[in-house]
Design a binder for this molecule. Sequence first.
Ligand code: PSU
Ligand code: MN
Length: 306
Amino acid sequence: MTPALPLRLSPEVDAARDAGAPLVALESTILTHGMPFPQNLDTTRTVEATVREGGAVPATIAVLDGVLHVGLVPDLLETLARRKDVAKLSRADLAVCLAQRGTGSTTVAATMIGARLAGIEVFATGGIGGVHHGAEHSFDISADLHELAQTPVTVVCAGPKAILDLPKTLEVLETLGVPVIAFGQDSLPAFWSATSDLKAPLRLDDPADIARAHRLRTALGLPGGQLVANPIPNGDEIPHHTLAPLIAQATAEAETAGIYGKALTPFLLSRLFDLTEGRSLSANIALVVHNARLAAKIATSLAGLR
Ligand code: PSU
Ligand code: MN
């Protein structure tokens, strides 16, 4: 017999779902692998508060002792933020972790899966994974891209992380039929930088249009979600010309140290933290909060379309 899915919605998320109230999913890899303690915990709390201020209910997703949680009560959030031995779970890892009654944080791909199971249509994060530099040799392309092609969740980010090969990331997303929508500008946002020298494939200026497009994809019978790239606020950005040499340095260091696979993104983020003397982390925090605000607006529009 197939075991029942160990899925647990927090009371708040469950109530919001029953009431058709706006919900915003949040990931947990940023908490365990993306930021150091205690900034990781502070950021998640601020992000959750921002979603609430926007009139929506936050649903942080993670696997704890073999249960897929959608919505973490404060105690569980703090436990996860403090733990150092937590697995990073993507699409491939979820079922094995549950089967072994393990604990792990969810990446963008795995969080989309949890959001879909809970009926949540919008998800806010910092930056998605994508095609790494040198992917023509390493084949390192994040499962986040394939998830966007098949799971109907709108993901609000600040663009693919700038440590990635952005042109190749856009090409893969185009091949997979994923709409990449810049919010309020033509240029593709590049995570710590508001703009890049790439034009975004699509542009929308109104959260209500993003909500309608989400539903119309379903009406068209198309699987998959949408990627919304929300530029980091002006005062918080690090210009691309400042970052480019530091990203090149961190990437070269990873290669020399033989770091690859799941460890690569966390290594690059933590090296950039050192190389920018902490500025990359402040920018990362600011952009996640900004994305939570936009995601709450989209969730509110979606709730109005029901
Ligand atoms: N956004 C951030 N910091 C992060 C991530 C996103 O601001 O650490 C995480 C997400 O969970 C994303 C993952 O899915 O990095 C990508 O990892 P990889 O490149 O190994 O697929
Ligand atoms: Mn990878």
